[in-house]
Design a binder for this molecule. Structure first.
Ligand code: FAD
Length: 461
């Protein structure tokens, strides 16, 4: 009887426990990816994410072909599609790697129940997080809401995260593969206008691209990571986020490769930088910890005091200027244009652009979250929501809400030679010299307006 593998956000053949379990079972293996845009509660994918998904599925098809298998593509309500596939393939087992959103977990639980009731061996595996959210608890047996103790309790465990699993060397194919949709007909790519035209210059999508990015990072960027990661003109970070989003690489692989590199190149400098890098992976884990325990993270203020916060009306013209990168604030505009051109924005600039929207323009963070969800290639259900709440000050362990970034000072500090500004704003020199458009808002007045509004939350220290 066939072993079915249901892929979701784990588009890799190496360190894929569900795939390996199916191979180990010894029976023919059928691998399926289901595009489910109809099940209730499942958030529809954003445009940039779909672009990535298209290429990632193509890469996965290629990988599976080389192993003698195939990637079956189906569309519809995932539980219905699986029921049909179980019948069509006479499946005896159904395996997948876990996901952590509430609607997804509910769906997976229902599928497992159905599969087991039908006599299948149904199993889920830990593959996409180093530390399962329900296993990390405070001394009071509650989930963590502060990053530092959360991460300490993770990394101080007696045993480190397990070693990555090998890729299977061969897939045993069924005599006939079930029917598959044609990826091209899923229309995941933009057409008119094709705003993703320049994306391929920045990204090599797929498992091979993910490992190449990790290798490049460890060998050329890690030594400067802790300092360099705040300077957006530098390519000092790993740019692994979209690869991690789709599971083209696993956090176990990243963890152990970094640890291996650290041991092979022992120095205080490498140790410090490696610890900083791994701690950023920790923020990803923390975001998922929050999403798991607070499933409405993308829509509900973590800090309930914000429920009555007087957000301004989101004036369409102002919002448009922010989205298009025409605010007249160079650092914000450069970031929003990086986002258009590459589907990515440097972390420092994400914080500046988000702070400007939330605090200077007084726009509800959820509106910004939704724009990033649509435009980021790494748009992630946990990290995007947690980060927007972090900037707003409404999140767990968030930036203090009364801290309002000054985007001009931030630019001077983190892009002193204006290399980043020039990269995305063309021949930009200096706002006063280059005839750069006037700011759409007065920075000082809007800062004071925000501080007034924040008073409704309680005393500002
Ligand atoms: P590196 O510095 O190389 O870090 C390595 C990995 O650690 C990243 O790939 C990522 O998986 C994780 N990581 C790093 N920083 C964070 C963080 N602050 N929170 C959670 N995980 C982190 N990250 C996303 O992956 N998806 C998002 O949708 C997303 N939305 C964001 C929205 C806002 C407003 C802000 C301020 C940040 C957001 N981030 C998001 C976090 C961060 O900006 C990106 O993870 C990072 O810029 C990715 O670049 P990198 O892979 O080179 O990071």
């Amino acid at each position: 009887s066939t072993s079915l593998v249901w892929l979701r956000d784990d588009l890799r053949v190496a360190d894929n426990p569900a795939l390996l379990a199916a191979v180990d079972r010894g029976e023919p293996v059928v691998v399926v990816f289901i595009l489910d845009e109809v099940s209730e509660g499942i958030r529809p994918l954003g445009g940039a994410t779909k672009w990535w998904l298209h290429h990632s599925l193509a890469a996965m098809q290629d990988k599976l072909h080389r192993l003698g298998g195939e990637l079956i593509l189906r569309q519809g309500k995932a539980p219905d599609v699986l029921r049909a596939l179980i019948r069509e393939t006479d499946a005896g087992a159904l395996y997948w790697n876990r996901r952590y959103g509430k609607p997804e977990r509910d769906m997976d639980a229902a599928v497992k129940e159905y599969a087991k009731a039908s006599g299948l061996d149904a199993q889920s595996f830990q593959a996409n997080l180093l530390f399962e959210p329900w296993t990390v608890r405070t001394g009071n047996n509650t989930p963590y809401t502060v990053f530092t103790p959360f991460w300490k309790s993770c990394i101080n465990r007696p045993t480190p995260p397990r070693l990555p699993l090998p890729a299977p060397t061969k897939l045993r194919a069924p005599t006939a593969q079930p029917e598959s949709d044609n990826l091209e007909y899923w229309n995941l790519l933009p057409t008119h206008p094709d705003w993703a035209l320049a994306f391929p210059h920045r990204w090599t999508v797929g498992e091979n691209g993910a490992h190449a990015a990790l290798e490049l990072f460890l060998t050329t960027r890690l030594t400067r990571y802790a300092k360099g990661r705040d300077f957006p003109a530098e390519y000092s970070t790993s740019e692994l986020s979209p690869h991690l989003r789709w599971g083209e690489i696993s956090p176990f692989q990243v963890w152990h490769a970094t640890d291996h590199y650290r041991r092979e190149h022992p120095s205080a400098e490498i140790n410090t930088n490696a610890a900083k890098f791994i701690a950023e992976l920790g923020w990803r884990e923390f975001s998922y910890h929050l999403l798991y325990h607070w499933p409405d993270l993308a829509t509900v203020n973590f800090d309930g005091r914000f429920n009555h916060f007087p957000w301004g009306e989101a004036d369409p013209e102002i919002l448009d200027a922010w989205q298009q990168g025409r605010t007249g604030i160079p650092m914000v505009d450069a970031g929003m244009r990086e986002l258009w051109q590459t589907g990515y924005m440097h972390n420092r600039v994400r914080m500046i652009a988000a702070s400007f929207l939330i605090k200077n323009l007084l726009v509800d963070w959820r509106i910004g979250e939704a724009w990033f969800w649509d435009t980021l290639v790494d748009a992630d259900p946990a990290s995007n929501a947690a980060s927007w709440q972090w900037v707003a000050g409404s999140g767990a362990d968030a930036a203090p809400y009364f801290r309002v970034f000054n985007p001009l000072l931030q630019a001077e500090k983190f892009d002193p030679k204006h290399d980043y500004l020039q990269r995305y704003l063309g021949d930009y020199e200096h706002p006063l010299l280059s005839g750069y458009p006037m700011p759409i808002i007065d920075l000082l007045a809007s800062r004071n307006r925000a501080l007034e509004a924040f008073k409704t939350l309680g005393d500002i220290p």
